[in-house]
Design a protein around this ligand. Sequence first.
Ligand SMILES: Cc1ncc(COP(=O)(O)O)c(C=O)c1O
Length: 397
Amino acid sequence: MAKRARGLSTVAVHAGERYDPSTGAVGTPIYQNSTFYYPRKPDGRGGWVANEDFIYTRYSNPTVRAAEEKFAALEGAEAGLCFASGMAAVSASNLAFVKPGETIVAQANIYGGTTSLFNREFQRLGINVAYAWDGSAEELAGLVDESTRVVYVEAPSNPFNHVVDLPKLRRMLDAKWGKRRPRILIDATTATPYNFRPLDHGADVAIHSATKYLNGHSDIIAGAVAGSRAAIAEIHPWLKSLGGSMDPHQAFLLRRGMTTLPLRMRRHNENGAAVARMLDGHGSVETVWYPTLSHHPSRLVARRLMKGFGSIVTFQLKTRRAAAARRFLESLELFAAAASLGGVESLASLPLETQHKLTPPAMRKQLGITPTLVRLAIGIEDAADLIADLEQALRRA
Ligand SMILES: Cc1ncc(COP(=O)(O)O)c(C=O)c1O
């Protein structure tokens, strides 16, 4: 009889867990060790067995492995890797597939830290980046040439929630390039495997800032990537050599956070949609970018590919006076004026002052990053309280 596939909530609780046989402790312990008996380890009965699993924590560690297995199971991937930060995951994953002189075709409308990596550090290494401004599958595929090794997208993109039509992009690349097609790397931080599993839709590698929803409590910086065993084997040397390895305590917190991912995401999705609806009809607001709204450019693709749309709600105030945006942030009582997203608490920030601070002014202008563009990262509080807080802050702005 075929084995029944388990639901995502069951996977979130059980996958990757290592119950400690020596104490019977339930839940994976923190193996806060830098090194392991090598090449042999005690077998617990006075003898020795080969230690093929663990050598040194920069390469791998049992608590980190537990987090990697849980994450890979959530993404429906053969394998996963954890990193010290989302940016360590983004940089190692790209460097695994692209060399100096080769090209990354990237969606322009993505997290500003990744844009900085591409525009500054990768440029110094001689890696070319060609940007797709509207981020459509047609535009991305059209930019690919013989030198392209990676097509890099983000879904939903931070901060505008654009969702690329991944199955279409994959079909177009397969049709034109066959086995020589570039790899599709996707930063799926804002989707999470609860809302969208990119590997099921044609991506080769799913990348996360696990700092965000995967951990969910704004208390660690972390990164994770998932893909086929072969893809992960190509990325692992870059993790080892660049040294962006996850610490065991960080892994413990991440694995604990992931056990409640489905529960938290249901609430994030509901709250995100409720806040977007309220802002969309508000007199002080010009535009809101959230995929449930009828004017959002990605609403049809998002509805086809995603189960929910997360809790990034970005809006443009009617005024362009920077002082008004400042006053809005300072008037918020429940929302903290802080960068980041995906935690249980709601945050508000101005992308111009945070993630897009280092983006060149011309690029910012083209992206629509104005002084009064506001990004909300909605937490899991009661939606009515969040809405009341936003309404009073908008009145004061
Ligand atoms: C979509 C996205 N990707 C990557 C990152 C970078 O992650 P980290 O800050 O964990 O290095 C961020 C951080 O905000 C992000 O929002």
